[in-house]
Ligand binder design. Structure first.
Ligand code: DAK
Length: 263
């Protein structure tokens, strides 16, 4: 499929998705959401893509939110349909078997912050800004913001950001745990690629199991979640990656993971 509002590039085992509407600060129009949905499906079905980076075009914005011009004309029913559609697309992003880094290079507001939070972790340029300013538009976050934000940063910060519409910088976002690392803007993509390539070289069975366990276990009681870890731990031992990883360690060489069972 030819994309018009996103760029989809591959570099070896990496896929790099760039939301590409810089004049509208990469706002999420229904077309962007549809193209993201397709790109996510392509990545999920790919044997070659081992890690993903999501970013925004230009140096001003990652994604400045849902497209306010498009949203302004929606009826309540259309608003609900758009919200559910967006939530489904973000679930499919979150559930990709490959690890996904959000490389936030500017404004990540509203739906932009929500998309970043559906990635596995967030790297930010020192110029990045985060917020859930929907309250200023007379609405609420619609792509999971009230739920993922509190899980990431706790209820106090989630409420302060959503109730006030405050916009915070990258260092503050890192201090509250929304962002894992902050880089000078010009170093952001290289840093994201280095980390993504590092993950791409790991075993696929392990990568997927870790993602699923952390995401699924987070909302469960420890008593119910811990046994899931044991099951996945056992599955690793049925994968060639486990034999390769341990043999490589004992032979004092780097492992060459090729995937296998369940990948
Ligand atoms: N949508 C559409 N266009 C946008 C936009 C957006 N979110 N953000 C910026 N733009 C456009 C501006 O209109 C402007 O276009 P032109 O006038 O040049 O044609 C261009 O990008 C440059 O923006 P500015 O001129 O405003 O640039 P500044 O540097 O002065 O300001 C800013 C940058 C990011 C502070 C400002 O643009 C801004 O406040 N933008 C809006 C940020 C925002 O409120 N984001 C949250 C959007 S609401 C739901 C589903 C999803 C959601 C909610 C509900 N359901 C359906 C229930 C999610 C909602 C949101 O994300």
């Amino acid at each position: 499929m030819a994309f018009e509002t996103i760029l989809f590039e591959t570099e070896g085992p990496l896929a790099i998705i760039t939301v590409n509407r810089p004049k509208a600060l990469n706002a999420l129009s229904p077309q962007v959401v549809g193209e993201l949905e397709q790109a996510i499906k392509d990545i999920r079905d790919s044997d070659d893509i081992r890690a993903v980076i999501l970013t925004g075009a230009g140096d001003k914005a990652f994604i400045a939110g849902a497209d306010i011009a498009a949203m302004s004309k929606m009826s309540p029913l259309e608003g609900r349909a758009f919200s559910r559609y967006g939530q489904d697309v973000l679930f499919s992003l979150e559930k990709l078997p490959q690890p996904v880094i959000a490389a936030v290079n500017g404004f990540a507001l509203g739906g932009g912050c929500e998309i970043a939070m559906a990635c596995d972790f967030i790297y930010a340029a020192d110029s990045a800004k985060f917020g859930q300013p929907e309250i200023n538009l007379g609405i609420i976050p619609g792509f999971g913001g009230t739920q993922r934000l509190s899980r990431l940063v706790g209820k106090g910060w989630a409420k302060e950001l959503c109730l006030t519409g405050a916009i915070i910088g990258a260092d503050q976002a890192a201090a509250i745990g929304l962002v894992t690392r902050v880089f000078p803007a010009e170093e952001l993509m290289e840093a994201a690629k280095k980390t993504a390539l590092g993950m791409a070289a790991k075993g696929r069975v392990s990568l997927r199991a870790i993602k699923e366990l952390i995401d699924n276990g987070y909302d469960m009681s420890l008593e119910r979640a811990i046994p899931m870890e044991a099951e996945n731990f056992a599955t690793c031992f049925a994968s060639p990656d486990q034999a390769e990883g341990m043999t490589a360690f004992l032979e004092k060489r780097k492992p060459d993971f090729k995937g296998g069972l369940n990948d």
